[in-house]
Design a protein around this ligand. Structure first.
Ligand code: ATP
Length: 371
C-alpha cells in the first residue's frame, strides 16, 4: 500500500508571510529586505552557509529577536512586535536543551497547563508519536542524542502549536542517526500536517526533507523553490555550487545557442539572450555528463563531444566519481557513474575516453554572476 496517498497535502494558502524584513547588528547587516511566504502544512527549509542569516530569520519568526524593518504576519495577523511567549510555535534547537533535572515526562509536560492526569495522557500519546513509549521516568542523561532530540520534538509539539521551528536539530548527531531522524521527522510532520520551518546548512537534509527550500547568502534570498527546482534549475552560480556538485567550463557567447571554449564550440539549448563575446561559465551536474563505451571519428564530430583523459576514479559508496581532463575544452570535469555504468564504460587511469555534454543539461551563467 502506498501510504503517501493518505498524507494531507500542503495547502495553497499562506500560513506565515514575511515582507521586507531587515536586521542589523551594529553596522553589520544580517538580513536585507527578506520577503517570503510559508504555506500551511509545508516544510520550508532555510538553507545557507554559516553566517548567512538563517538563524536570525528563524529567531525573528519566533519573537526571540525583533526586526529593524518589515513585517511578519500569521494567518493575516501582524505578529512583528508580539513577544515570543504570545506566539504559537514549538521550537527545537541544535543542542538538546532538555532540563537535566527533570525526567522525560516532566520535560515534555513543561509547557502544558491543566490537570495532571490530562498531562500524563498527553505525554503518553506524544511518546507513542515519536516512537519512544514507556520512557517517561528516564532522565536526559540516560538517553542517546537521537532520543533526546526526539523528546525535544515531543516537547515542542506538546501544546499542538500552529508552527514548528527546527534550528539545526540534527547537526549534533552522528550520520546514521541523523539520516534516520530526517525520515522520522519528515514523516511525522506530514502526518500531523504541521507547518514547519527547518534551518540547516546541510544540503542533503534540505533536499530530502523540504517541500520548498529557501537558499540564503549574505542576508539575502538567492532562490526559493522545490528541491527539484533548486537542484536542477539553479538561478545563480551560488545556488548551483552550494547545492550538489558542479562542473564549470569557461566560454564565450559566439552565436545563437553557440559558445566558444578553448579550441572548440559547444551548444547550450537554454542560452539566455547575451551579446556575442560575452564571457560565461557553463554548468553541468556530474551525473549529466555522458561517457561512451566505444568511439570512432564520426562520434567525435557530434556536437558537444570530445576526448577526455581519465585522471582519477573514486568509489563514493553507491557510485563512482571519475575525474577527467578535456584538452579541447581546457576543462576538468567530474562524472558520476553507477556500478553498472562503470562496468559498461570501463574507464581506466590515463585512458582516453569520449565524453558528451547533453545540450539540454548545460546551464549558462554570466561570468559576473560568479563574483
Ligand atoms: P550559523 O549556521 O553559523 O548559525 P546563520 O546563517 O544561522 O549561521 P546567523 O546566526 O543568523 O547565521 O548570523 C548571521 C550573522 O549575524 C553572523 O555574521 C553573526 O555573526 C551575526 N549575528 C548574529 N547574532 C548576532 C548578535 N546578537 N550580535 C551581533 N552579531 C550577530
Amino acid at each position: 500500500m502506498n501510504r503517501n496517498i493518505e498524507l494531507p497535502l500542503v495547502a495553497s494558502t499562506d500560513y506565515l508571510t514575511i515582507e521586507g524584513l531587515a536586521k542589523r547588528f551594529g553596522a553589520f547587516v544580517a538580513l536585507k529586505q527578506i520577503s517570503l511566504s510559508v504555506k500551511k502544512g509545508e516544510l520550508l527549509c532555510l538553507l545557507g552557509p554559516s553566517g548567512c542569516g538563517k538563524t536570525t530569520l528563524l529567531r525573528m519568526i519566533a519573537g526571540l529577536e525583533f526586526a529593524d524593518a518589515g513585517a511578519i504576519t500569521v494567518e493575516g495577523k501582524d505578529i512583528t512586535r508580539l513577544p515570543a511567549a504570545k506566539r504559537d510555535y514549538g521550537i527545537v534547537f541544535q543542542s538538546y536543551a532538555l532540563f537535566p533535572n527533570l525526567n522525560v515526562a516532566d520535560n515534555i509536560a513543561y509547557g502544558l497547563k491543566g490537570r495532571n492526569s490530562d498531562k500524563a495522557a498527553r505525554v503518553t500519546s506524544l511518546l507513542e508519536l515519536i516512537g519512544l513509549a514507556g520512557i517517561e521516568n528516564k532522565y536526559p542523561a540516560q538517553l542517546s542524542g537521537g532520543q533526546q532530540q526526539r523528546v525535544a520534538l515531543a516537547r515542542a509539539l506538546a501544546t499542538s502549536p500552529g508552527l514548528l521551528l527546527l534550528d539545526e536539530p540534527l547537526s549534533a548527531l552522528d550520520a546514521r542517526v541523523r539520516e534516520h531522524l530526517r525520515r522520522e521527522i519528515r514523516s511525522l510532520q506530514q502526518r500531523l500536517g504541521i507547518t514547519t520551518i527547518l534551518v540547516t546548512h546541510d544540503q542533503d537534509e534540505a533536499l530530502t526533507m523540504a517541500d520548498r527550500i529557501v537558499v540564503m547568502n549574505h542576508g539575502v534570498i538567492e532562490q526559493v523553490g522545490t528541491p527539484e527546482e533548486i537542484y536542477s534549475h539553479p538561478q545563480s552560480r551560488f545556488v548551483a555550487e552550494f547545492v550538489g556538485k558542479s562542473n564549470w567550463i569557461k566560454a564565450r557567447v559566439s552565436g545563437n545557442q553557440c559558445l566558444s571554449v578553448a579550441d572548440a564550440e559547444l551548444y547550450a539549448l537554454h542560452l539566455p539572450p547575451l551579446p556575442p563575446g560575452q564571457e560565461v561559465e557553463l554548468f553541468i551536474r556530474p551525473e549529466a555528463v555522458r561517457l561512451h563505451a566505444t568511439w570512432d571519428a564520426a562520434l567525435l564530430r557530434e556536437p558537444n563531444t570530445a576526448l577526455a583523459d581519465v585522471s582519477k576514479i573514486e568509489l563514493l559508496g553507491s557510485f563512482y566519481r571519475i575525474s577527467l581532463h578535456v584538452p579541447v575544452w581546457n576543462s576538468d570535469l567530474m562524472v558520476d557513474l553507477s556500478r553498472d555504468q562503470l562496468a559498461l564504460y570501463q574507464p581506466s587511469l590515463a585512458q582516453r575516453i569520449p565524453v558528451s555534454l547533453p545540450h539540454d543539461q548545460l546551464r549558462v551563467f554570466c561570468s559576473k554572476d560568479a563574483e
